[in-house]
Design a protein around this ligand. Structure first.
Ligand SMILES: [Zn+2]
Length: 323
């Protein structure tokens, strides 16, 4: 339960407006990725064509199966799509667009923002906005998720300057929307080659940006448990989908017990969730969640608007001190 003392005056009215009404906004963020996440080898090294074929599977078989799933349950979702995926699989992404789903930003070739200069981050963002806007008949994208949720201090200021309404890359909360901190806060990384006096410093105060954060959550992501990448411990991949379902639904059960209002954004990939055993998992999840009073399925863009327009209280992220 969110206590009124936890929300700012800016948010108090929102709290009063929704008090006593269970309201749960649930959405899927689909990282299309296609082949982009494979051919982003960072240093230009060659990619194994079998891995690239997994991306093609996602862009074709995976997208088709997810579109069928969402059509069956009348759900609108958000497809975060690298500009490279739109330019390489235009027919598939046109099906997504024409079915009324949201298309959001996800880099050009799934570059890791943390590894780009500020200038290259801006170049990729500008090109991606341009490609998505043209593909969507001049409609600018509302939202962004960073490839592999690998971010930078420049990211939120650049999104804000570009007029992007929401981001889905940070993890300050897991069940509430909030205004993303602008990342102007400072901290000092520990460097034991220097004296302790050099790094014993608190973090400076967080300051909110105008960008809404619909938080990311590795524990609501299909990739690490369900996508095997031989040799990479973090992507073991051979987990029983029923185990993943239990992990996700226990998070939902806790949220439903503890909060009057909350959001539940799940992050999936067509090349992972398009597999038969995972589609069946999503059918069970959708039916389970939909059996709860107060649940509404919507795009992450619509969840962000619910927060911005005062119909979802959310929280304020606090932390750091004035230095
Ligand atoms: Zn991705």
């Amino acid at each position: 339960m969110i206590h009124p003392s936890q929300v700012t005056s800016q948010h108090s009215q929102r709290f009063i407006d929704t008090m006593g009404k269970k309201r749960v906004l649930v959405g899927y963020g689909i990282d299309v990725d296609a082949v982009a996440n494979w051919i982003n080898t960072c240093d230009g090294s060659k990619q194994n064509p079998t891995n690239v074929s997994r991306g093609i599977y996602g862009a074709t078989v995976g997208i088709d199966r997810l579109l069928n799933l969402y059509s069956k349950y009348n759900i609108k979702a958000t497809f975060f799509t690298p500009a490279h995926s739109i330019e390489s699989f235009p027919t598939q992404l046109a099906k997504v667009r024409d079915a009324g789903h949201e298309i959001g930003l996800h880099g050009y070739t799934h570059e890791y923002v943390s590894q780009l200069s500020a200038k290259d981050q801006q170049t990729v963002l500008d090109r991606s906005i341009d490609v998505l806007s043209r593909f969507c008949g001049g409609k600018r994208p509302l939202g962004y998720t960073a490839p592999s949720w690998s971010t930078s201090k420049e990211l939120i200021p650049q999104l804000e300057a570009a007029g992007i309404v929401y981001d889905h890359s940070f993890m300050h909360h897991d069940l509430q929307p909030y205004f993303a901190p602008d990342n102007s806060q400072s901290w000092v990384e520990t460097n034991m080659a220097e004296s302790a006096e050099a790094w014993m410093t608190p973090m400076s105060a967080l300051k909110p940006s105008k960008v809404v954060e619909i938080p990311a959550n590795w524990h609501l992501d299909d990739w690490p448990p369900l996508q095997p990448i031989p040799g990479r411990a973090g992507a073991q991949g051979f987990v029983d989908a029923h185990v993943v379902e239990k992990l996700w639904m226990e998070q939902f059960d806790f949220a439903y017990r503890e909060y009057e209002t909350f959001i539940f954004p799940m992050s999936i990939h067509p090349q992972v969730s398009g597999k038969p055993q995972v589609i069946l998992m999503h059918e069970r999840i959708i039916e389970y969640i939909s059996g709860h009073e107060g649940v509404e399925w919507m795009t992450l863009g619509d969840i962000a608007k619910e927060f911005l327009e005062g119909r979802m209280p959310g929280v304020e992220v606090q932390g750091g001190v004035d230095l």
